[in-house]
Design a binder for this molecule. Sequence first.
Ligand code: DQA
Length: 146
Amino acid sequence: MAETIFVLNGPNLNLLGKRQPHIYGAETLEDVKVLCEDACLPGFEIRFVQSNHEGDLVDLIHRARQEACGIVINPAAYSHTSVAILDALMAFDGPVLEVHISQVHKREPFRHHSYVSHRADGVVMGFGTQGYAAAVRHMCQLVSGT
Ligand code: DQA
């Protein structure tokens, strides 16, 4: 049976392609889902979810404890604010990779700190939406030990 990688997306990422395209690009979240599915190595599958609600993301991370071998997460604005999401990720045993489409360190100072980075095993930022594909590929390699 295929192992499942959760790809979780935080607030406002449902507007990808329409929202500040000069920062986040023209691709939609549906395009990113296809990118992630294509980046998956044999033996793995993606569960791709977006929520604008912190508690929903916490619940999904709890579900990942039973259902996922690893988590790729773009927590969006919650990266910079959410101890609750950090604590949920701390309770997850598998690898966690954090993705940001933009290079947050080149942006406003309030984006320079990420709570999620205290838990993440790797962080990809500034690669545009291709960062998701890199993270999914790396996750498959981490989990399969290749
Ligand atoms: C983001 C960066 C965050 O600072 C921002 O709040 C987002 C998207 C990114 O992918 O570059 O919503 O996580």
